[in-house]
Write a protein that binds this ligand. Structure first.
Ligand SMILES: Nc1ncnc2c1ncn2[C@@H]1O[C@H](COP(=O)(O)OP(=O)(O)OP(=O)(O)O)[C@@H](O)[C@H]1O
Ligand SMILES: [Mg+2]
Length: 323
């Protein structure tokens, strides 16, 4: 498959402390491939190194070691930036410009002819859901969510082949989140590649083809969500929900009752079992109590559980303070 982003052993140490003599390793030997046309989710807890990775790829900071290529160009080759888009984590724009003026300015530095950039600016502001009554308002009067929408529009003004989004849902209300989610899905339909960091796991779950999870600057997991779920433990659990019976009544009829944990939920009594034959035991007991079967379904591990479970690939050496 075509790799559109190739990261090889990328490491970043920040100089910290009053004399800048101490080093903190924010990213530790990251190697990663992102393929053409996929939506790639880049996850990790606060401080895991996601923004550092994006800043390195955007050449806003320089790596301590390692290399990376985007669209077959070394990241040092900034001419490639004409073909990519970037939404920073905390976009800071020249805030005396209006939304339209700002997009026009961004289009201008990308070398887009005037008529075309005006057309694109209007089209993108509509697409990111910024109300037309605000298009001629100065950015300093914008709310966080409105600025985020303008930030997304500027990331797309040059019709990029790949777009890097650092927390694209940040500051958005539920409607805005939905709009941006649809926008990102539409980008894939257009054949674009999206590399996005997000903490909103439900969005990642519905959008991303593959995800990588960073932990303490190291790559802990990478792959399609279904694959990662399969590799992780607990994927064979089955959930049985029953109603019209109480826990004590059911437990009396269960063979090996200690094997089962029963929890009351609004939908009924919930029993998690490890094997299919245990489902039969629950159903047999249920018949004896006269209860009703509500549902039997495999427990799908959520991304959140996977996220909490990940450990660094090499626990031996952790990134962090180097001195
Ligand atoms: N300019 C800097 N100087 C010193 N340390 C930094 C600097 N920027 C980031 N760090 C450190 O590098 C580590 C990674 O930070 P980074 O911003 O990349 O994390 P992140 O995964 O984007 O987190 P978040 O989810 O909170 O945005 C953190 O320990 C952070 O304190
Ligand atoms: Mg960040």
């Amino acid at each position: 498959m075509n790799a559109i982003v190739e990261i090889e052993n990328l490491t970043k140490d920040y100089d910290v402390g009053f004399w800048r003599k101490r080093k903190v390793r924010a990213l530790d030997g990251l190697s990663l491939r992102v393929h053409k046309g996929e939506i790639f989710g880049f996850l990790g807890a606060n401080g895991a190194g996601k923004t550092t990775t994006l800043k390195l790829l955007m050449r806003l900071i320089f790596p301590t070691s390692g290399t990376a290529r985007i669209l077959d160009c070394d990241i040092a080759d900034v001419s490639m930036h004409a073909r990519i888009g970037y939404l920073p984590e905390n976009p800071y724009f020249y805030d005396y410009l209006t939304a339209l003026e700002f997009l026009n300015f961004c289009g201008d530095i990308c070398g887009i002819p005037k008529a075309e950039r005006v057309r694109r600016a209007r089209q993108l502001l509509t697409r990111v859901g910024l109300n037309e009554t605000r298009w001629n308002t100065q950015l300093r009067k914008f709310s966080k969510g409105m600025l985020q929408r303008v930030g997304l529009a500027q990331a797309l003004i040059n019709d990029p082949e790949i777009v890097f989004l650092d927390e694209p849902m940040s500051g958005l209300d539920p409607i805005g989140r939905r709009e941006v989610r649809d926008l990102i899905a539409a980008l894939r339909q257009e054949g674009k590649t999206v590399f996005m960091c997000s903490h909103i796991l439900s969005d990642i779950e519905v959008l991303c083809d593959r995800v990588a999870i960073l932990k303490n600057g190291r790559l802990a997991q990478v792959g399609a969500l279904a694959e990662l779920r399969q590799q992780s433990q607990g994927q064979n659990l089955i959930e049985v929900v029953v109603s019209a019976t109480d826990a004590a009544g059911l437990q009396r009829h269960l063979l090996e009752p200690d094997k089962f944990t029963l929890n009351s939920t609004p939908a009924g009594l919930r029993i998690e079992v490890a094997e299919e034959k245990d489902v039969d035991i629950v159903i047999a007991a249920l018949r004896k109590t006269g209860g009703k079967l509500v549902s039997v379904q495999p427990v799908r591990q959520s991304l959140e559980e996977l996220f909490l479970e990940v450990e660094p690939a090499n626990e031996g050496k952790r990134s962090g303070d180097l001195t």
